[in-house]
Design a protein around this ligand. Sequence first.
Ligand SMILES: C[S@@+](CC[C@H](N)C(=O)[O-])C[C@H]1O[C@@H](n2cnc3c(N)ncnc32)[C@H](O)[C@@H]1O
Length: 346
Amino acid sequence: MLKLDQRTDDALTEAKRRILANLVDRAGAGGEETDPSVYWSGYCERLQYLTGLDNEHFLRVRDHTWQITGDVYNRYLPPLEAGYRSRLEDAFGKLWDGLPDRYRLSEPERTFGLEIGGSVVNTDLLRFQRLVIALRDEGILDQVGGAGSGTVVEIGGGYGGFAHQLAACLGEDLDRYVIVDLPEVLLLAAAYLIIHDGVESVHVHDPADPAETIRQLADGPATFVLVPNHRADLIDGRSIDLAVNIASFQEMTSEQVAGYLSTIARNLTGTLVSFNRPFNMEANVEQENLRALLDRHFAWRTAVLPLTESPPFRARANRAARSMVRRSLGRPTRFSEYELILAEAR
Ligand SMILES: C[S@@+](CC[C@H](N)C(=O)[O-])C[C@H]1O[C@@H](n2cnc3c(N)ncnc32)[C@H](O)[C@@H]1O
């Protein structure tokens, strides 16, 4: 039987209360632009059960995060386990070769993944490990901190996995890690970070007390400050060393992305890292072209993620032919592969 200590139990109860209050607050704010995109509405509807889940089940919150990332616990159980083990051993073997320990990731929820080289790893961690190595190689992690003032802002942080991992890599260089996400999903991040980083390290925005969020952003004790999407204005005015968006801009409306990009550009001193499909209309018809949105505020370039495999030649040729035909008919490109983009505000 899973068992929670009283403080964690109380913190989870309070996080649920605040998530529900944020949903009411967002509905009351009435701006359509803060409603989830059509693509995300379906997920949000299905995530409603989370606020009714008994607290002890959040000790295995990763059993619920497949809805956000697609990585699912049965990959690490027989009969799928053997195939995943050989893939993960091969990939992490290459990525960890010569990598300093501080950048080696390990899943803190020991129930989700496979033990390899003394760490628990899974497919989500493989994605995050590749990103962390790319950011280190590009010198972007060195841009965070110095004098204990490092601020990272992640838009669309999902279950909080990248936040937990990057915070561990940054150590003392990190002062504040802000996650802006839909309240429906912030509950997963709140639970994951409360359980794995401690009750004191997480602040969930309470609409009844916005001053406390402002205080936490400025100099409160919480490392992780969780802000609902309809209150993204709260991050304005605080300088951002690193802004991150992974597989998330691609799923929002153009207006939502434009809003985030303009807030980030106003406050960014370092780099915006985007790992998204610039064209994703096959899934999300509410946004056409991420590159064009970035052009408005940023000078950007692409960078290479380690272990990136090219899709098979035939698939690439098919895609290229289809997008050429669409362009010749004056229609937008509907799909592209993920692209790692490093952007600086103009
Ligand atoms: C596919 S998940 C990716 C999560 C995480 N970045 C990862 O890679 O594991 C997309 C994320 O974007 C978030 N998202 C969607 N619409 C959003 C919006 N308008 N504002 C902020 N976050 C949003 C979702 O809630 C979710 O956390």
